[in-house]
Design a protein around this ligand. Structure first.
Ligand code: C2O
Ligand code: CU
Length: 648
């Protein structure tokens, strides 16, 4: 069973537990003794099953089970045991005398077990990992308050029938009730108070704390060089961001936010060693705009992260980005301000850097950014199938870029091919594959290379046989009947290509950070929200991760939630170490975005070699906006920009 299946099973068992305990209490109160006994038996069995599902979950990783083991099950165990002792014998006896009332203590115990089960479930869904004292106090207080309330209701003569206590006992009970209420409110209040405690502002991952005292460099000083490398030239662009209607070649009109009124924005291409100089202007994006060079390890001051490396460019403002095209490969750019809206509406484009040596270039080289506008999927600027002619034997490179917030599935029909590069970085000896599905994470890129056969080749996106890209040796657009690619297996990059040396020992990290992704109640930008959380917190309350230049840094990224999180670190590519404990056995894979699917645990590592203050976030951009973001900060680097407000 996969971890996510176990998570789901545990949710179902937990829910059954809540339902059966409460139902046994309700039926007992209604004096349906037989039914109550049956439900009670069911509740006990479900509770035992829950112990098994939680035990199984904890073998997959403590992150998945901590709050259940330390709080949910103990609460349920205590309340369930009380119910067995207080209600069990009477329910069994009532089989022979149906219609007889259960004593108030038995009823209260049954309901309290139900409340405890419910509180455990609420803790899992609203607080999750890591369990805090505040959460535990609030949960225990809530269950206690529920028990008191049930006690008050059960003690009324109508509910307790002939067994109602005489007056002196009642007043003693009232006193106990008031005292108990004070305790419950006090504990709950303390818990809520702790919630708003200021969190630790930095974590060090087991490495030394900030050296302190010394001079710091500001991100504003970490800028790119002013000249190209020897033999390179300067590639200049001015991009103007604005709003308006953009008409696609198909005639479809898109109410867009766009660079230079184009969707996608102008393609930026350069040769290795060139200087890229882009002037950004803003004519009408009220929230402001920046340019982030996704996957390109630019100097930090060029990174385009508002609140970290610059302020967003506002109306009529301007910012000039300059960096050397030292890495070849397929990248993209996008705004990083209110990006969950800006990128979706069109503020993105591609960045491709080709080797200076033209002899390494393919005959046909297509850059294919995929984007979804209000349900319309476009490749490049085309929503219909596009046709390209390639002579048989020609070398072809297809650069797939996923600019959406969710993964896309690609299939290449009609030819064997290689995945030459992932996220712009070449793989080592990638083998030929055919009839496999490629799943491209949000923000990710794959370069496919193939030798054109003398028959047509089709690139299909998400199984759509009408769209995509057709390569034909004859220029005949009619195309072949396309195969059904639905059953093709997914290519697993874990075992693709050949191993090669990597520049550091992944098992000797100087710092090790764990990033646990989930949903829960948390503060996001100063407001309480049902957030997308990192270690139970939302941006900017997630502590910064501190590193020193030269450190080998390891991340363990755990997904406790039921959604995929494409994790993206700015300024560095990371080497994938393992997924769910299984080491990568193929080519080293360096990525800037990796999909952590529900229940998965990924280990990645990188060398801290690009000083700065870097955003580190989920590239499902609405998730980022809902809090799933933090910062990686180098010791000795400071930023004058505040991450308050407009953080996305
Ligand atoms: Cu492509 Cu922080 O983003
Ligand atoms: Cu996410």
């Amino acid at each position: 069973m996969t971890t996510v299946q176990l998570i789901l099973l545990d949710h179902v068992v937990a829910l059954l537990g809540v339902a059966s305990w409460i139902a046994s209490g309700v039926t007992a109160a209604l004096r349906r003794s037989r039914l109550a006994l049956g439900l009670f038996g069911g509740a006990v069995l479900v509770t035992l099953a829950r112990v098994a599902t939680v035990a199984a979950l904890s073998t997959r990783g403590w992150w998945f089970a901590q709050e259940k083991v330390l709080l949910g099950l103990p609460m349920l165990g205590v309340a369930g045991l009380a119910a067995v002792l207080l209600a069990g014998p009477r329910l069994l006896a009532a089989r022979r005398t149906p219609g007889e009332a259960l004593p108030a203590s038995g009823l209260v115990a049954l309901f309290t077990a139900g409340f405890a089960a419910l509180a455990g479930l609420a803790v899992t869904f609203l607080a999750g990992y890591p369990l805090t004292w505040s959460t535990a106090l609030v949960a225990v207080a809530a269950v206690y308050a529920g028990a008191l309330l049930a006690g008050r209701v059960a003690a009324t003569p109508a509910a307790a029938g002939a067994e109602a206590s005489p007056a002196p006992a009642l007043s003693r009970r009232r006193f106990l009730g008031v005292a108990g209420g004070v305790v419950a409110v006090g504990a709950g209040g303390t818990g809520v108070g702790l919630l708003f405690r200021a969190p630790a502002s930095v974590v060090t991952g087991g490495g030394p704390a900030a050296a302190g005292g010394g001079a710091t460099v500001s991100v504003t000083d970490l800028r790119g060089p002013g000249t190209p490398a020897a033999g390179g030239t300067t590639v200049r662009h001015t991009l103007t961001a604005g709003t308006g209607t953009v008409t696609l070649p198909s005639g479809r009109e898109i109410d867009a936010w766009a660079f230079d009124k184009r969707l996608p924005g102008p393609a930026i291409t350069a040769a290795e060693g060139d200087l890229i100089e882009v002037t950004l202007r803003n004519h009408g994006i009220d929230d402001g705009v920046t340019l982030h060079w996704h996957g390109y390890d630019v100097p930090c001051g060029e990174d385009g992260a508002p609140g970290a490396t610059q302020s967003a460019v506002t109306a009529r403002g301007e910012f000039v980005y300059r960096f050397r095209a030292d890495q070849v490969g397929t990248y993209w750019y996008h705004t990083h301000q209110t990006s969950h809206i800006g990128v979706r509406r069109g503020l993105y484009g591609t960045l491709v850097v080709r080797p200076r040596d033209a002899g390494r270039a393919e005959e046909l080289d297509l850059t294919l950014p995929v984007h979804t506008f209000d349900g319309t999927v476009v490749i490049g600027d085309q929503e219909a199938r596009t046709v390209h002619t390639a002579r048989p034997g020609a070398s072809v490179r297809l650069r797939l870029v996923n600019t959406d917030s969710v993964p896309h599935r690609f299939a290449l029909a009609g030819a064997a091919f290689r995945v030459a590069a992932v996220d712009g970085r070449d793989l080592n000896q990638p083998g030929e594959v055919r009839e496999v599905e490629l799943r491209l994470p949000a923000g990710g890129r794959y370069d496919l290379v193939l030798s054109m056969p003398d028959t047509p080749v089709a690139l299909l996106l998400d199984g759509d046989r009408d769209g995509g890209v057709l390569l034909t040796p004859t220029g005949d657009a009619a195309g072949p009947a396309l195969p059904d690619t639905a059953g093709w297996p997914e290519l697993d990059l874990l075992r693709y290509g050949e191993p090669a040396a990597v520049p550091f020992d992944v098992d000797r990290a100087d710092r090790h950070f764990t990033i646990v992704l989930d949903r829960g109640l948390a503060m996001v930008d100063g407001r309480p929200a049902f957030a997308q959380t990192v270690d139970g917190r939302g941006y900017p309350s997630v502590p910064d991760q501190l590193v020193a230049e030269g450190d080998v840094v390891r991340y363990t990224v755990v997904n406790r939630s039921l959604e995929t999180h494409p994790w993206h670190l700015h300024g560095h590519s990371v080497l994938i170490v393992s997924r769910d404990g299984t080491r990568f056995t193929g080519s080293p894979v360096w990525v800037d975005t990796f999909d952590v699917r529900p229940g998965e645990i990924w280990e990645v590592a990188f060398r801290a070699g690009n000083p700065g203050v870097w955003m580190n976030h989920c590239h499902n951009l609405p998730h980022q906006e809902q809090g799933m973001m933090l910062r990686l900060v180098y010791d000795g680097v400071s930023t004058p920009f505040s991450h308050a407000g407009h953080a996305g």
